[in-house]
Design a binder for this molecule. Structure first.
Ligand SMILES: NC(=O)c1ccc[n+]([C@@H]2O[C@H](COP(=O)([O-])OP(=O)(O)OC[C@H]3O[C@@H](n4cnc5c(N)ncnc54)[C@H](O)[C@@H]3O)[C@@H](O)[C@H]2O)c1
Length: 383
């Protein structure tokens, strides 16, 4: 019997065990800002319990889990290794650490047979992402990257429009977005913790919005540029943050994708204009415009418009906005992983590494190209 068939039997056994005598056991790695969205949404799920949490800042996990969430029975640790070694029954971990600490905990969890929800961006470098994918393959466990906009009905509508063929053959896409002033501070602005800046924080969402709509073609080459004029300026960032700032606050790139598609990208944590441009998907039969928004979290706002010809006349068709509704996008992203990984539901939606590796390869290519001052070829090692 093939490994695929055998692993399905294992999922069924586990689902039976969980329905019979216990809840799905979840651990949280990193108890900073975004962990709250994970914890609060897991707490809404009647079949899930958060049994453990870890943070490398001494006493932080304990204090957050007990004082902020009232989870007095949650066992708390000061490293992800200690938590995973001590908790052999964990079904899923949410990795909510800063970017430079995505790969290590993800590999450790997968190698210990635990399913993983990994916050975005995938990692800092392409090389790290490849190592995580190798661990995923070794383990046979589920890994989903935390792109919650994928669960937004309007984002899904954009993909449906492109996939319907109404735009014809897609040949050019511009995407990106940003904020006039919106550098996040904290662990986001240092190389040691954030690793990359606006590129990884919000750029990865802009890339995912369009690349998912066109089935993630392989990126071939990239000419990239990054800068840090606002982050490093005491005038815009204050003395303290300007002194610490060691990542990008703006990035731009021209990327060639397989299938002859050109991707034109820009992203900003800070800039003088209100937008570096709307997202536009151009095809031989029509074009789609997605209005630029503040791009805090990659979801889209009302104002989608289709440009096409009808009986020889140029027409613009406003398209409806579909409200996000309930439950929250975070609930849907966590539920997707639990339903796929623990209950073996093949139709439960996850965000697979096999797609996001191309997102990461583009970000990595932008950083490398910018350093070299020329176009680079994107080479993605086999996993
Ligand atoms: N999906 C979203 O909407 C969204 C929003 C904000 C942030 N994020 C992502 O979430 C991640 C964390 O962001 P944040 O704002 O919570 O950062 P944060 O700095 O507030 O929290 C990170 C926490 O991880 C801890 N940590 C680091 N390495 C660790 C390790 N090996 N083991 C245990 N704990 C460790 C740190 O001590 C810190 O408490 C980032 O990658 C960010 O891009 C996602």
């Amino acid at each position: 019997m093939s490994d695929k068939v055998l692993s399905q039997f294992k999922q069924e056994e586990k689902a039976e065990e969980i329905k019979a005598d216990r809840k799905v056991k979840v651990g949280i790695i990193g108890t900073g800002g975004i962990s709250f969205s994970h914890i609060e949404n897991y707490m809404k799920m009647p079949d899930v319990e958060i049994v453990a949490a870890a943070d490398i800042i001494p006493t932080k996990a304990e204090s957050i889990m007990k004082n902020c969430h009232g989870l007095t029975n949650c066992r708390c640790y000061e490293s992800h290794e200690e938590m995973i070694d001590s908790e052999p029954d964990l079904d899923v971990v949410s990795i909510c650490t800063y970017n430079t600490q995505h790969a290590g905990p993800a590999i450790y969890a997968l190698d210990h047979g635990i399913n993983v929800v990994l916050e975005k961006p995938f990692t800092v470098t392409l090389e790290e992402a490849i190592e995580v994918m190798k661990a995923e393959k070794r383990s046979g466990k589920v890994l989903s990257i935390g792109f919650q906009p994928r669960y937004d009905y309007s984002v899904q509508y954009v993909r449906d429009i492109v996939q319907s063929g109404v735009l014809g053959k897609i040949y050019y896409i511009q995407t990106g977005g940003g904020r006039r002033r919106g550098i996040p501070g904290g662990t986001f602005i240092e190389k040691e913790t954030g690793g990359i800046g606006a590129l990884g924080d919000i750029g990865c969402y802009a890339l995912d919005l369009v690349l998912n709509a066109i089935d993630y073609p392989k990126p071939l080459t990239v000419t990239g540029y990054v800068s840090d004029f606002f982050g490093k300026s005491p005038k815009y960032s204050g003395e303290e943050d300007a002194a610490r700032f060691s990542v990008d606050d703006f990035g731009a790139a021209f990327i060639r994708l397989e299938g002859g598609i050109i991707l034109d990208f820009r992203i900003a944590w800070a800039m003088h204009p209100d937008t570096p441009g709307d997202t536009i998907i151009m095809g031989t039969e029509g074009a789609l415009r997605i209005p630029s928004c503040d791009c805090w979290n990659g979801t889209i706002e009302p104002g989608l418009k289709l440009y096409h010809d009808v009986c020889g006349k140029m027409v613009e068709t406003p398209l409806p906005y579909i409200p996000k509704g309930e439950p929250t996008l975070f609930y849907r992203k966590l539920r997707g992983v639990i339903d796929r990984a623990v209950y073996g539901k093949e139709d439960a939606m996850i965000v697979p590494s096999s797609q996001i590796i191309y997102n990461q390869a583009i970000i990595d290519g932008i950083v490398k190209s910018s350093k070299l001052g020329r176009e680079v070829e994107i080479v993605i090692p086999e996993v």
